[in-house]
Design a protein around this ligand. Structure first.
Ligand SMILES: [Mn+2]
Length: 329
């Protein structure tokens, strides 16, 4: 699938003051693609601001070393501060619910909206939609857009976009990794993205709390259905006991599918505000996006998630029942 980027070029030509936003609990692709898009808009002489709906996880602070780029909606920036924006670019999401606290402002935004995304699930968000569900990362789409429109990869832009691609491909081991992924990554490295530095920043700066949280999750993993389903849970008590925070759970779902024979991995995380964050991973073709959809969530075929309103005691059996029926031929 290749996207016609002229709609993005037209929007950039028509508008001057951009807000770029992404999803709640932003990951490497969300933040990295935001760095790339804001960098490109500024390169085009535009006024561009990065509006992030949740606090930036500390492990990604290298993407904004001076703390001048990411503006946290609700604390650092309010809707009143954004009345001059005339275009909104939405990255790495296609459903209102993924916008968190930004949702109300974005819904009533009077200017033009444009979405760049690779997720399957989709709401009608009244936007120009530039989507490729076969793309490995939104950051890869932003990289292709910048190339197509004749922009330049600065070291900052290259670092953001490479981080996006690395995280959404699992550092090139997920099946979404294609020859083209490696080519664009090589180009980003040539333009100053430090792949070794990015690795150290992301994976060799764990807090003791996160490492202890990994221990909790591993010690609680169970399998069922002849080892085809592996699941674990994180309770609020686990955060307190280990000294970790909810952002420390990123990627820990991956341990569930490390076990031989597991086809679906499930992780349920109690949220501080109440309710449960569900993460799903699959091997052998089970559709996680459809499974998450049963709970009002979405995502990709091999990786998806949802927010569940009910407590662990009700949510866990309900999710496991849904996964079991998805396994049935
Ligand atoms: Mn993504």
């Amino acid at each position: 699938m290749s996207i016609d980027w002229s709609k993005l070029a037209d929007l950039i030509a028509r508008r001057e003051r951009f807000a770029v936003t992404t999803h709640v609990r932003p990951d490497g692709d969300a933040l990295g693609s935001t760095v790339g898009m804001v960098g490109y808009l500024r390169q085009m002489g535009k006024d561009a601001r990065a509006i992030i709906p949740s606090q930036t996880p500390p492990r990604y602070d290298f993407l904004d070393p001076d703390h001048t780029l990411f503006e946290h909606f609700g604390t650092k920036v309010t809707p009143e501060d954004l009345v001059d924006r005339d275009a909104l670019i939405i990255l790495d999401l296609s459903s209102w619910s993924q916008m968190g606290d930004v949702q109300d402002w974005a819904r009533s935004f009077p200017g033009e909206r444009l979405i760049i995304d690779h997720h399957v699930s989709q709401d009608d968000m009244g936007a120009i939609v530039l989507k490729d569900t076969s793309a490995e990362a939104t950051g890869a789409l932003v990289a292709r857009a910048i190339k197509a429109l004749g922009g330049t990869f600065t070291p900052e832009i290259a670092t953001g976009l490479l981080t996006a691609i690395l995280m959404d491909t699992g550092w090139f081991h997920h099946p979404n990794t294609k020859p083209e992924t490696l080519r664009v990554a090589a180009e980003l490295v040539e333009h100053g993205a430090p792949i070794d530095g990015i690795y150290r920043k992301l994976f060799e700066r764990s807090t003791l709390g996160r490492i202890k949280l990994i221990g909790e999750i591993l010690s609680k993993i169970e399998t069922t259905e002849d080892g085809k389903i592996a699941y674990s849970i994180v309770t609020r008590e686990d955060f307190v006991k280990t000294g970790s925070i909810p952002a420390d759970t990123e990627d820990l779902i991956d341990y569930t599918v490390c076990i031989e024979g597991v086809e679906v991995g499930v992780l349920l995380i109690e949220q501080n505000k109440g309710g449960i964050k569900l993460s799903l991973r699959s091997r052998n073709g089970i559709d996680c996006s459809a499974l998450a959809g049963q709970f009002g969530g979405g995502g990709h075929k091999a990786a998806a998630g949802a927010n569940l309103p009910d407590p662990m005691s009700e949510s866990l059996p309900r999710v496991l029942a849904a996964v079991k029926s998805a396994l049935k031929p």
